[in-house]
Design a protein around this ligand. Structure first.
Ligand code: ZN
Length: 286
């Protein structure tokens, strides 16, 4: 199996690094939601979880998806195999993004997968460092799904690497705590997932968490009626209601979390967070 991808590592990764550095500076200057915990502690916690998960992404997921694409390309296999090159690239990019929308829905619907995805969601704040805070188990579980999707679609192998760079860049962007001008974001979220839109996905209100599953294009949520924009950012409490204790953010506890008894979706005092449903689900509020 091919492991080395020179363009991915020498062009894609440095570009991602520059984008992440820019977001890191910008989100500090223009905060969207008020942070609840010290940044330094979050960097250590989220950095430790990411340090375990990222090698799985680079050494298993990326080579796995690339090998699956090569396998399909050699056999002219897959939904898009009959299309000309440009069609396979454009439609392939769109449909790869759709498979990732479906994967994200599955992470929330499957009890087993949620155990791992929960580690990402119990973060008590949302910023750039949350973008790589995924349990290594979630990254490993995504290998057969995402490789299978690549093979079934029959997307060109180089597209898999290109899509992955854009996917990671967009993940960094929509997890960031960057306050974009409201008017700009109102337009932008018609096309792609933005920080306000994804902030709603990390709310402790169950109905809001079960919204906005898209990764790059916001259209998948529109298509499946899972789009929700009508929650003002100042009203959002980030996290999962049954995990409010900062002591539980220790990296070792986070890595053990999927193997422990799962808690009900309620606050420590037993109440279930609720919010009155506003009209106009698709209207972005500041
Ligand atoms: Zn999620």
């Amino acid at each position: 199996m091919k492991i080395m991808f020179p363009k991915f590592d020498k062009v894609g990764m440095p570009l991602l690094g520059v984008a992440a550095a820019a977001l890191f500076v910008l989100e500090a200057k223009r905060q969207l939601r008020r942070r609840t915990r010290p940044k330094s502690e979050r960097l250590v916690e989220n950095g430790s979880v990411a340090a375990a998960a990222l090698p799985a992404l680079r050494l298993l997921l990326v080579p796995g998806m690339y090998a699956a694409a090569k396998w399909a390309n050699r056999r002219n296999f897959g939904l898009l195999a009959w299309l000309p090159g440009w069609g396979r690239y454009t439609l392939g990019f769109l449909l790869l993004d759709y498979t990732n929308y479906l994967w994200h829905v599955l992470l929330h619907k499957s009890d087993l997968l949620w155990r791992f995805h929960n580690v990402h969601h119990i973060d008590l704040d949302l910023d750039l460092s949350s973008a790589w805070r995924f349990h290594i188990g979630e990254n490993i579980a995504s290998v057969p799904y995402r490789s299978g999707a690549v093979a079934l679609l029959g997307v060109p192998a180089p597209l898999v690497l290109f899509y992955e760079v854009i996917f990671e860049g967009c993940t960094a962007f929509h997890h960031s705590n960057l306050r974009l001008p409201y008017k700009v974001e109102k337009q932008l979220c018609k096309l792609m997932v933005t920080p306000r839109m994804h902030g709603i996905h990390h709310s402790i209100v169950a109905r809001e968490t079960n919204s906005n599953f898209s990764v790059i294009f916001s259209g998948w949520d529109r298509l499946h009626q899972t789009l929700r924009l009508n929650v003002p950012q100042h009203a959002i409490t980030i996290g999962v209601p049954s995990y409010r204790d900062p002591a539980e953010q220790h990296p070792v506890r986070l890595l053990r979390l999927p193997f422990e008894k799962q808690r009900l979706w309620q606050l420590p005092d037993g109440t279930v967070p609720e919010r009155e449903e506003l009209q106009e689900k698709h209207l972005l509020l500041p």
